[in-house]
Design a protein around this ligand. Structure first.
Ligand SMILES: Cc1cc2nc3c(=O)[nH]c(=O)nc-3n(C[C@H](O)[C@H](O)[C@H](O)COP(=O)(O)OP(=O)(O)OC[C@H]3O[C@@H](n4cnc5c(N)ncnc54)[C@H](O)[C@@H]3O)c2cc1C
Length: 454
């Protein structure tokens, strides 16, 4: 690694990291450990967000859990990889752990204090407490890690930057509307069938047909399901294009049938008949290992979603890699606006990290901060930027937010994002996952050895 060269270069040009949340703190730490001078700018306590309560860096705004840490889960694999890179957030979490079963639960105050202390005491980091209102205010190189509750004036500046020279300016989203995602192997294709409306297309969609009784039973189940009530500041406007399915049902039991559940032009090739209604599933990734339920963004409680959606013919045994949700959020259409190493396509010295890039949750955001630090370090050292291996959890997460797709919704790490290898289709679900994790570990061993030898 070109440590000396960096130390000299960056003594003159510090790197500016905006946002001292999970991603920003991890990013600043990783850069400082590589010998860079870093200025970390955090607006709290000068300005607060509607969710943060303290002025600690890396405050956890809601749950005090970093999710599963078992070595047979996708989030556990992400932690295994982050540990190899000496993640500050992971270390502080492990030092502040409280009993939480298989999850990495922490004493939130101890955790945030420990991160704050580590950052403030690092000789290469200077923390400034002020709000940034515009991208122009920030010297380059810079990393923007201001999260789902980015200060409004900066959000507008980011929107202008992303929209520059484009007719539409729809590249920055202020809330997310996530439809459930299903493991393709758990869709019953004896019942479901592939077809595109009126035969236009290459039969890309999988359709789950319903008769009249099944449809009304399904609608009744949606009506009865528990819904999650948003906090005041989280209330999101519903646009017609992404209204939660239960809100559509409230407008009338037949509304979904005239919307996303319309069976027009979707006769079942097995019977030649048009079903009463359908649920359409759209391919989610290039490998076609997972599909999302078109038009089924929802605020139903997670447990109820599984029960309700398994009433859909063909989805009786569906495994949900991700459940539906709607939140206040702020994220970029990264596949269109950012490079593979998460710098702006318009400014190679301007990087984005954390939830703003389209990942979800504390630890996934942390890992994006960690990766961006590595990319920036390589760029400043004059090396070619190396992406984490596609087989790894970090590589899979990065691929999910940078691989081109027209419609982009935020994601967290899950098995659906890992690539499959030839022969995987012959394995049981558990065997396949074991193989995916083994490949992830092997690829990451090689990658960390290579990057630490540079
Ligand atoms: C209400 C709510 C509940 C959530 N619950 C959970 C949960 O239970 N579990 C989970 O895993 N995830 C949860 N999340 C998501 C989680 O907060 C994020 O995934 C994670 O915090 C993202 O990390 P980040 O570093 O990208 O952003 P953050 O951790 O939010 O950090 C961004 C930082 O940037 C600062 N900042 C913003 N604008 C500016 C500016 N203009 N100038 C300077 N500083 C600025 C903010 O003060 C903040 O400290 C929740 C989010 C919200 C909003």
């Amino acid at each position: 690694m070109a440590q000396d060269m960096n130390s000299t270069n960056t003594a003159v040009h510090p790197i500016y990291v905006v946002g001292g949340g999970l991603a920003g703190s991890e990013c600043a730490w990783q850069l400082a450990e590589k010998g860079h001078k870093v200025v970390l700018i955090e607006m709290r306590s000068a300005h607060n967000t509607p969710a943060h309560k303290t002025d600690f860096l890396a405050e956890l705004v809601c749950s005090n859990s970093f999710g599963s840490q078992t070595d047979y889960s996708a989030p556990g694999q992400l932690k295994w990889e982050a540990e190899k890179f000496g993640s500050l957030i992971l270390k502080a979490a492990k030092e502040s752990t409280i009993p939480a079963g298989m999850a990495l639960g922490v004493d939130r105050e101890r955790f945030a204090k420990s991160v704050t202390q580590a950052i403030c005491n690092h000789p290469n980091i200077r923390v400034e407490r002020r709000a940034i209102h515009s991208l122009e205010e920030v010297p380059r190189p810079a990393v923007i890690a201001t999260g789902p509750l980015t200060h409004e004036s900066l959000a507008l500046s980011i929107r202008d930057h992303l929209s520059y020279g484009e007719v539409e300016n729809d590249f920055l989203y202020f809330y997310d509307a996530i439809a459930p995602i299903i493991d393709v192997d758990t869709i019953n294709m004896d019942i479901a069938y592939k077809a595109d409306r009126f035969g236009k297309g290459d039969s890309d969609y999988i359709n789950c047909p319903m008769n009249k009784d099944q449809y009304f039973q399904f609608i009744e189940a949606i009506q009865k399901a528990r819904k999650i009530e948003p906090k005041d500041f989280e209330k999101t406007p519903y646009f017609e294009g992404c209204m939660p399915i239960e809100v559509m049902v409230e407008r009338g039991p037949m509304t979904p049938r005239f919307g996303p559940m319309s069976a027009k032009g979707l006769a079942n090739p097995k019977t030649g008949e048009r079903p009463f209604a359908v649920v359409q599933l759209r391919q989610e990734n290039k490998e076609a290992t997972c599909y999302n339920m078109v038009g089924f963004q929802t605020k139903m409680a997670y447990a109820d979603q599984k029960e309700v959606f398994r009433l859909i013919p063909g989805l009786e045994n569906a495994e949900f890699l991700k459940l539906g949700s709607m939140h206040r959020n702020m994220y970029i259409h990264s596949p269109r606006k950012l490079t593979r190493q998460l710098s702006s396509r318009r400014d190679s010295q301007l990087f984005f990290a954390g939830q703003i890039t389209g990942v979800e949750g504390y630890f996934d955001s942390t890992c994006i901060g960690l990766l961006v630090a590595g990319f920036l370090h390589e760029q400043l050292s004059g090396h070619a930027v190396t992406l984490p291996p596609r087989e790894s959890a970090m590589g899979s997460l990065l691929n999910a937010i940078t691989e081109y797709k027209e419609e982009f919704q935020p994601t967290n790490i899950n098995f659906g994002l890992f690539p499959r290898a030839e022969g995987d289709e012959k394995l049981s679900r558990d065997e396949k996952r074991i193989a995916q994790l083994a490949r992830a570990k092997a690829s990451m061993e090689g990658f960390t050895q290579r990057t630490t030898q540079e």
